[in-house]
Design a binder for this molecule. Structure first.
Ligand code: FAD
Ligand code: NDP
Length: 542
């Protein structure tokens, strides 16, 4: 843990360098199996520790270190080819002592609990709308954190169980152990209790992901703050919360905390959603402000202290005003980026090269590291999107190349993604800024529209930030370079259009696409106002 914390301590002062690649949504397993029976024994638990014979055959065809989105997908796919496969997965408890089961970040402390808590917040808004639609809802309506948290945690535990069952069904050996390299074909696994197992393999895949960073230069940050590794496992409400950071994790968490009725403040040192289209990012934060989230803009924290009342007093600098300000909170949530834990893997011993600044593993297009037969996929790799679907796809394709007849490489272009803020933002392809930078503003046509979702009308909801924008090349074919959508169910809307854009869709083709009425997605098929024209882009009528 010390090494991980050293990594988390590094790199928090500069601007974060997250690759803003674009994603889809969803996790592989939704079995919903109940955790009624005790989990099956990890196959490795019953085995004697195998010894490494450097002249003999390695014990496994494939060993995967890290049982998250990428690692599990790779292991399961490799097992389909009848290969001997093992997975090592170990969760180092967070500095606050939170721990969880098999499945990695997405399942336990990422996409899944986040989306479910986002849903809890959306239901709160739906309750308000419902009254306009004739429902009598006894007032005041309030939300109970512990009920939501318990339900979400139970579901996550069922996914942990499901992953273990799947590994067993596919005859993948699972070791609940922390892995580190002893030599290029040998990994040393250590259990929580310090029991050692040596595993040897022909091919090794590193899929150990990342963990949240702590800004260690801020006094009290580690002692009193929590991260997304803790938030989803809190038994009691976090209460009045300060969320530091302004990217995916920060805005999504601040969004659902506000939505369930908590006093929530986002502290943003620079811009929101770095790497995303900045017009869209501004609309996202503008909507969050109207929704009740407070923003401390161009501010950065300098210390956190515990008051006698047990509240946390945070001091920060306001760079616009040049002032020092304070306020007290029940919870401080650091959402200042994520860091890989490559140090504990002992990569130097075997010669796997990492980026000295980010600590991430350098891979080529085939996910190969600098050492033949050692590969890496997912968040641990340099320059890749930090998203579940890309980790899964990369892991599967790698297994197919290693053990099937495939030569197909993962294509990281036009990966769609959605930010699950109260009003969701989904996108695929280039931002307007990136398109202008690549092709020049004279060669870009931007079609846009401000629209009102039908459901908002009766509910008297403000739709000021419901906006869609399509960035095209200006030449005759008008190939679509990027699509950006803010509105309800943005992930669902963008997922389908992502196929078209992946296939090279053009603006004229989109205009020939018949909309589904009445939906928000149909607004995309009706885009006709260019930004260049300066005409009012507000949609009126059907
Ligand atoms: P992980 O899933 O992190 O798995 C790595 C595993 O390796 C972990 O279980 C870890 O404990 C284990 N491990 C580490 N070191 C060792 C070792 N030495 N030995 C053995 N095991 C080890 N992505 C989306 O696409 N959509 C979303 O909505 C989304 N929401 C997110 C919300 C939050 C709050 C966060 C933090 C992330 C979110 N992500 C989302 C990102 C997504 O969760 C990650 O991109 C994805 O989980 C990465 O998968 P991975 O396989 O690379 O690593
Ligand atoms: P990011 O690296 O994207 O963002 C970090 C944020 O913290 C930035 O706003 C950054 O500001 C700010 N920051 C960094 N250091 C400090 C500091 N010392 N003080 C104050 N602010 C600071 O990290 P996230 O954790 O938000 O996301 C990690 C990745 O996880 C994402 O890139 C995404 O791929 C994945 N993810 C995906 C989701 C989805 O698909 N819906 C949801 C959540 C995560 P600045 O811009 O100034 O550097």
């Amino acid at each position: 843990m010390a090494a991980l914390q050293r990594r988390r301590l590094l790199g928090v002062s500069g601007l974060s360098r997250t690759v803003r690649a674009l994603s889809g949504m969803g996790c592989p397993l939704g079995s919903g199996l109940a955790e009624a029976a005790p989990p099956p024994k990890a196959p490795g638990e019953d085995l004697p520790s195998p010894s490494h014979d450097p002249h003999g055959k390695n014990e496994y065809d494939l060993l995967v270190i890290g049982g998250g989105s990428g690692g599990l997908a790779c292991a399961k796919e490799a097992a389909q080819f009848g290969r001997q496969v093992a997975v090592l997965d170990y969760v180092e408890p967070s500095p606050q002592g939170t721990k969880w089961g098999l499945g990695g970040t997405c399942v336990n402390v990422g996409c899944i609990p986040k989306k479910l808590m986002h849903q809890a917040a959306l239901l709160g808004s739906a309750l308000k709308d419902a009254q306009h639609y004739g429902w009598n809802i006894a007032q005041p309506v309030h939300h109970t954190w512990s009920v939501m948290a318990q339900a979400v945690q139970n579901y996550v535990k069922s996914l942990n169980w499901g992953h273990r069952v799947q590994l067993q069904d596919k005859k993948v050996k699972y070791f609940n152990m922390k892995g580190s390299f002893s030599d290029p074909h040998t990994v040393r696994g250590l259990t929580k209790g310090g029991k050692e197992t040596i595993v040897t393999a022909e091919n090794i895949v590193i899929a150990t992901g990342g963990r949240p960073k702590y800004p260690m230069h801020i006094a009290g940050a580690l002692e009193y703050g929590i991260t997304s590794d803790d938030l989803f496992w809190l038994k009691e409400s976090p209460g009045k919360t300060l969320v530091v950071g302004a990217s995916y994790v920060s805005l999504e968490c601040a969004g659902f905390l506000t939505g369930i009725g908590l006093d929530t403040t986002v502290m943003m040192r620079s811009i929101p959603l770095r790497g995303f289209d900045q017009q869209m990012a501004s609309l996202v934060t503008e909507h969050m402000e109207s929704y009740g989230t407070k923003f401390l803009k161009r501010c950065f924290p300098t210390k956190v202290e515990k008051l006698e009342s047990n509240r946390l007093q945070v001091t920060w600098k306001n760079t616009d005003l040049g002032t020092e300000e304070t306020d007290s909170f029940d919870t401080v949530l650091w959402a200042v980026g994520r860091a890989p834990d490559t140090e504990t893997l002992n990569l130097e011993t075997v010669g796997v090269k990492t980026n000295s600044e980010t600590g991430k593993i350098i891979v080529d297009a085939s996910e190969a590291t600098s050492v033949p037969h050692i590969y890496a996929v997912g968040d641990i790799t340099e320059g890749r999107p930090e998203l579940t679907p890309t980790a899964i796809a990369a892991g599967k394709l790698l297994a197919q190349r290693l053990f099937g007849q495939s030569s197909e490489l993962m294509d990281y272009d036009n990966v769609p993604t959605t930010v699950f803020t109260p009003l969701e933002y989904g996108c695929v392809g280039l931002s307007e800024e990136a398109a202008v930078q690549c092709y020049g503003s004279d060669n870009i046509e931007v079609y846009h529209a401000y629209y009102k979702p039908l459901e908002f009308t009766v509910a008297e909801r403000d739709a000021t930030q419901c906006y869609v924008k399509m960035v095209c090349l200006r030449e005759r074919a008008q190939r679509i370079l990027g699509l950006h959508f803010i509105g309800p169910n943005a992930g669902e809307v963008i997922q389908g259009f992502a196929l078209g854009i992946k296939c090279g869709a053009t603006y004229p083709q989109l205009m020939k696409t018949v909309g589904i009425h009445p939906t928000c997605a149909e607004e995309i098929t009706k885009l006709h106002i260019t930004k260049r024209s300066g005409l009012d882009a507000t949609v009126t009528g059907c």
